[in-house]
Design a protein. Sequence first.
Length: 174
Amino acid sequence: MAKSARSEDAGEKPARPAEKNYITPAGYRRLTDEFDFLRAKKRPEVVSALADAAAEGDRSENAEYIYRKRQLRQIDSRLRFLSKRLDHVAIVDPREQKRRDRVFFGATVTVEDDAGEVCTYRIVCVDEIDGTSGDISWRSPLGRALLGKGPGDTVVVHWHAGLRELTIATIDHL
């Protein structure tokens, strides 16, 4: 079947299939909880406050009205973002991983550098990153380097201060 004349004339590229958003069960709960809170509680509160502010009169000089409109736009933007992320989610439970001798999504990995410094990282999705607790994205340079490796394997990673060589000490699929 031929493409539509409109898409050929406009020179549009065919739509790319959406990429899976791998996420841990805990991360999925956090995203759905935030989505539900914003949709069911926060947005109705802001809409009500916006209606009250609009009833006060001149909207062009009404700071409360302007603030609530901005707040509503931010909530709607976040809801659209979360909705798109949740549409293509693939929940991966690290406890169900069959090959426990390799680093896979959701694994907690302890590495040691050549100076003997030990660090622990957990490989998670982009939405779950938390640098303070050692949660790194599976798409980060370190995350990609560690995936598929086993204890004793050494990886070389481009760090902010140059190359860094890390040896995998332990892997845990909690």
